[in-house]
Ligand binder design. Sequence first.
Ligand code: F0G
Length: 370
Amino acid sequence: MASSHGSAHGLADSTGLTGPHDGRAWEGIIRRYAAFLPVSEKTPIISLHEGNTPLLPAPRLSERVGADVFLKVEGANPTGSFKDRGMTVAISKAAEAGARAVVCASTGNTSASAAAYAARAGMSCAVVIPEGHIALGKLAQALVHGARVVQVRANFDVALDIVRELPSRAPIVVVNSINPDRIEGQKTGAYEVIDALGDAPDVHCIPVGNAGNIMAYWRGYRDYYAKNLSTRLPAMMGFQALGAAPIVLGHPVEFPETIATAIRIGNPASWEGAVEAARDSGGQIRAVSDEEILEAYRFLAVEESVFCEAASAASVAGLMKFGVPKGSRVVCVLTGHGLKDPDLAISQARVPVTVDATLDAVLATLELGE
Ligand code: F0G
C-alpha cells in the first residue's frame, strides 16, 4: 500500500522517506500530495508550509463519550486555521494564471489566510467582512499582512454575494471556497488523517459554516478509498450553530446569530455539497447551541489542553451532545486557533486578580494551604 501510494506521487524524494508520508510533509500540502491536486510542473508553489497538523489523541473526551477520539488540530496551520490548505492551492493556481489581485468575503479566517498567501505571492488582496462580527485576531492578521479590508454593514452572506460579482467588473480572482481550488486543497486534511491512523475513522465530526470543508473532507476520504489507500469511509457528522443552522432547518436564515462568528452564516455556498456528504456517508447535519459550543470549548482547553476557537468546538459539542456508537474511532476537526478570538477566551475564564507585589500577598491569593 505504502509503496504504490509513494509512486503515485511521482515526486523524487531526496530525503529517502517512503510510504504515505513521502513528499516532504513539512514542505506544505502541495508538495506532499501533488498527485491528488490540480497542479503541474508549471504551477508556482506558493506555500507557507501548511498542513501536517497534529492528530492528537483526546483521552478525557474519549472517556466521556465512550469512543476513541482524535483531534485534528488545524489551528497549527501557518495562519492558525484550516483555510491555509485551500489557500495554498487557490493562490498557486491564481499565480499560474497570472493573477495580480485576489478577493474574498470572510467571517475572518479566510481573509487572514488570503492576506498572508497573497502577500507571499506578491499579489494584492482585498477582503470584504461583516462589520463588527470578526474576531479581533483575524482582523489583525488581514491588516498586518497588508490586505485592503472593507467592512460592510451586512452579514457574511451578503458580503459573499457582492464578492461573487466583482470579477465581472474588475481583474480579480475570488478565493472563497466557491473557487474549486480551495476545496481541492482542503481535502488533504482527510489524507493526513488516514496517513496518521492507517485507515479512515468510523465517524468524522466537523463544524459547518459555508459548508466547503465538510464537502472537501468527504472528497478526500473518497479519493483515498477509491485508490485503496483506506478500507472504509467515515460517517460525516456536520454541526451548525443553532442560531445559524440553515441546512438543519432546510431554509436560509436571514439573520444568523451565534457567538461562533466564524460560522455565523445563513445561506452556505456549498449547501448541496454538505447535504450530499452527510447523506452519502450515512451521517447527518445537526445543530448545537452556543452554550453547548462553549462547554466543549472550555472542556477542550481545560481537559485536553487544546485552545481552539468557538466555531471549532462545534465539532466536539456535537459529539458530546449526540454521541457515537460505543468504541467508535472518531476524528473531530478543530478548525482554528483559540488565539484568534481573545475577547471570547477572556469572557470564558476566571478574571486575573491584582495584589500588592509582596510574597505574602501572592501566597495568600493562591490559596495553596500550609
Ligand atoms: N471553523 C472555522 C474556524 C471557520 O473559520 C470556518 C469558516 C468554519 C469552521 C466553517 O467552514 O465554511 O467550510 O463550512 N470560515 C469562513 C471564513 C466562512 O470566512 O473564514 P466551512
